[in-house]
Ligand binder design. Sequence first.
Ligand SMILES: Cc1cc2nc3c(=O)[nH]c(=O)nc-3n(C[C@H](O)[C@H](O)[C@H](O)COP(=O)(O)OP(=O)(O)OC[C@H]3O[C@@H](n4cnc5c(N)ncnc54)[C@H](O)[C@@H]3O)c2cc1C
Length: 396
Amino acid sequence: MKETKVVVVGGGIGGLAAALVLARDGYQVDVLEQSDAFREIGAGIQIGPNAFRMFDCLGLTDPISHVAYFPRELRMNDVRTGELVAEVPVSATAKGTYGFPYGVIYRVDLHNVFLDACRVLPNVALHTHAKVERVENDSEGATAHLADGRSMRGAALIGADGLWSTVRKAIVGDGAPRVSGHIAYRAVLPIEKVPEHLFSPDVVLWGGEKTHLVHYPLRRGELYNLVAVFHSDRYEEGWNTFGDPEELAQRFAQAAEPVRELLSMIETWKMWVLCDREPVKNWTKGRMTLLGDAAHPMLQYLAQGACMAIEDAAVLGASLRRNDGDFARAFDEYQRARYLRTARVQLTARFYGDIYHATGVTRELRNQLFQSGTESAGFAGLSWLYRGIEPEAAPV
Ligand SMILES: Cc1cc2nc3c(=O)[nH]c(=O)nc-3n(C[C@H](O)[C@H](O)[C@H](O)COP(=O)(O)OP(=O)(O)OC[C@H]3O[C@@H](n4cnc5c(N)ncnc54)[C@H](O)[C@@H]3O)c2cc1C
C-alpha cells in the first residue's frame, strides 16, 4: 500500500469509479460527497458495449450482469404516426460486433456496484456531508476546503463533482453550463402497473417535433423506465424538481395513442433542465484534474455520460501507472488521451438530439433515410464509440 493520498471530490458514478481504480493501485483515497449519503437517483441508464468493456477491465462484469437488463432491440418510432423508423437488433449486434453487450441498468444498482467494490477496500475513505467550496494546488499537492471549515489535503485531487463542478471553476473557469432548452421528465413504474399492450421488452424511442419519449424495462424486468423530453425555454438553469404532468400532456398532445396513454399513467415526474458545455482541453492543472461530467458534460442523446466517466477512470488509472505516480505528468497524459473522444461524444449527442426531435421535411427525410438502411446501419455508424478504448494505450 502506498502512503500517497488522493482526494476525489464527488461520489457519483465517476468519482467512485476513480476511487476504485486508484485504491486498487494502492493509493489512499478520500472521497468527499456533499450529500448526507452516497446514492443515485432512481432512474434508468443505458450502458453501451464500450462501458461493458470497462467493467470487464475492472473485474465488475459479474455484479453488473446480475443487475443489468439486456434488451433485444433498440427501436425508434415516429412519435406522431407511430410508424417504425429504425430498429437495431442490439443484443446480437453489440456482442457480435463489439464483443460486449448493450444493457440498461437502474442507476442505483450501478452506483451500488461501485460503492460495494470501494467499501471492501481499506484504503478508500468515504466521507458524506463533505461539501467542497474551494480547491487549490501547489507543487507538492492539492487541498479541498470544505463548507464546514475543514480542509482535506492530498498529493493530488480529482474533481468528479458533476455538471456544476466547483473544482472546474478553479481549473477551467468557464462559467455556468450551457442551458440547452431541453427538459427531461423521468419516472419509474413497477412492471405490474404497465398494461400488456403498452409493454415492450426493448429500448423504444418515440421521436419527433421537439419531443421524444424513451422507455425500457429495468432490473431484470422488475421496473419500467420512462424518460420524456421536450423543448422549453420556460425553465432556468439548475432546476431539478418535480415535473408538471399537465404540461407534459400538452407537449405530447399530438403524439400517437400509446405514448399519450403511457404518459398519463404517471402522476409524479422528476424534472431536469438539460445542460452541456463546449468541449475544452484544459481540464488539468498540475496535480488537479477533472473527470466525468465535471470535465465534459454532455446531453443524454447518445446515452454516454456515465459511460464516458467510467472510461475516464480506467484511463486515469493507466496513466498514473505508466507515469509511476507522477501526478502532473499522468493527468496531462490522461487529458490528452480523453479530450478528443469525449468532445466527439459531446458534439454528436447534440446532433442526435436534433435528429430525434426533427420537424417538417427534416423529420420526413430522417424517417426515409433510417428506413432505407440496413437494420444495424445506425449502430455501425457509432462503431468509433461502441468499439471502446484500450485504457493502457498511451496517447499519440
Ligand atoms: C435525463 C438523463 C439521462 C441520462 N442517461 C444516460 C444514459 O442512458 N447513459 C449514460 O451513460 N449517461 C446518461 N446520462 C448522463 C449521466 O447521468 C452522467 O453523465 C453521469 O451521472 C455523470 O457522473 P459523474 O459522477 O461525473 O457526475 P454526477 O453523477 O453528477 O456526480 C457528481 C457527485 O458530486 C457531488 N458533488 C457535487 N458538487 C460537490 C461539491 N462541491 N462537494 C462535494 N460533492 C459534490 C454530487 O452530489 C454528486 O454525488 C443521463 C443524464 C440525464 C440528465
